[in-house]
Design a protein around this ligand. Structure first.
Ligand SMILES: Cc1cc2nc3c(=O)[nH]c(=O)nc-3n(C[C@H](O)[C@H](O)[C@H](O)COP(=O)(O)OP(=O)(O)OC[C@H]3O[C@@H](n4cnc5c(N)ncnc54)[C@H](O)[C@@H]3O)c2cc1C
Length: 324
């Protein structure tokens, strides 16, 4: 029997895939139903739809708002438009419920000694355990009734240390900021009144050498399967859960499963590691080096994956020529 810890995106998706395929699986999450976990709820409609199809959920059931206009600003460029390429907001909590009904979730931790654990606990890595040099950023979000920005808006902090966002939902806005300095993050949000104010850390680097413990296998943000550039983790969590599911179908033997899953996940984890290093280099003002030159295209591809077509020269200009 498999025990999944965490009924977030990765855990709920994986549970549903395994259950539908006849696996013996249970899922645990101590959070109470409807407990709100901070997330901007932005994703790429074109990319998430395929994964939703695998779990019999339609994008129309969860779609909140599609981007028509995406405004981006930074410390050395005025507000500029990026073309939308699938960027939207979804009702993430509803999506999780459609994948796993509340009554199937055990509202406590996996009992000790259960074995065969899948750690989908996100940033906490509760079952996998802590790792050294686990790089995280601060993130804070307010759920607001009003925003000065009607559509999607991003504002990059000076020196690439984080960004502010305002994302529209059907009748609310997710207004938030994430970055390396908590005071800076808070300062971007102090003028907004939120019905809810929530905060948590977000993993910035994959934990490539620590995706297993003796009795647990990690999936989703628990192993840093999240884009470090924009903190996009919804589609990556589903992608990673799908990889694990495909590997579990191939073998029931744990040691073999670990080998094939590590191999399957490694390519993307290495990519996230490379982009994470680019972000850190820029934050440390180490701009002109071979690593950055080799990584910049991949980073721009990550922006496109999130659902927008960036103006490359403006992004380069922002990070390269004015990072003081
Ligand atoms: C402020 C903020 C804004 C973000 N905005 C976006 C965005 O707009 N778009 C995007 O794509 N990504 C965004 N992300 C990232 C995204 O939310 C996550 O990367 C994604 O949800 C990770 O999915 P997951 O399933 O790995 O973990 P999570 O969705 O975090 O789920 C983890 C689950 O584990 C549970 N849990 C914790 N401990 C235990 C335990 N001991 N036992 C059992 N269960 C446990 C938790 O209650 C939770 O339900 C944002 C993150 C933050 C912090």
């Amino acid at each position: 029997m498999w025990h999944i810890g965490g009924a977030g995106v990765a855990g709920s998706y994986l549970y549903r895939r395994l259950k539908d395929s006849g696996f013996d699986v249970s899922i645990y999450d101590p959070k109470r139903p409807d407990y709100y976990i901070p997330c901007g709820y932005a994703t790429n409609k074109n990319h998430i739809s395929g994964f939703l199809g695998n779990v019999s959920v339609s994008i129309d059931e969860i779609l909140e708002r599609e981007a028509h206009e995406i405004k981006i600003s930074g410390n050395n460029f005025y507000v500029t438009d990026f073309l939308p390429r699938g960027l939207c907001t979804i009702d993430k909590m509803k999506m999780e419920k459609l994948m796993v009904e509340d009554e199937h979730i055990s509202r406590f931790m996996i009992p000790k000694g259960s074995g065969n654990i899948i750690d989908a606990t996100g940033v906490s890595r509760y079952y996998l355990g802590k790792v050294q040099n686990d790089l995280k950023m601060y993130a804070m979000e307010k759920v607001c009734r009003e925003s000065p920005y009607n559509d999607f808006y991003f504002n990059f902090f000076k020196g690439g240390t984080g960004y502010f966002w305002s994302f529209p939902l059907k009748d609310r806005y997710h207004i938030g900021a994430g970055g390396t300095n908590l005071e800076e993050v808070k300062s971007y949000l102090e003028n907004y009144h939120g019905e809810r104010v929530v905060a948590r850390n977000i993993r910035m680097m994959p934990t490539i050498e620590n995706i297993f413990s003796h009795d647990a296998i990690g999936v989703g943000e628990s192993i840093g399967y999240i884009s470090p550039l924009l903190g996009e983790g919804i589609v990556p969590a589903m992608e990673n859960a799908e990889l694990l599911f495909q590997c579990m179908k191939k073998t029931g033997e744990i040691d073999e499963l670990k080998i094939i899953y590590e191999k399957a996940a490694r390519k993307k984890l290495l990519l996230y590691g490379q982009i994470g290093k680019l972000v850190i280099n820029i934050q440390k003002k180490k701009v002109f080096n071979m690593h950055n030159i080799l990584s910049i295209r991949k980073a721009i591809h990550e922006v496109e994956n999130f659902g927008m077509k960036p103006e490359i020269m403006k992004i380069l200009g922002h990070f390269i020529f004015n990072t003081d």
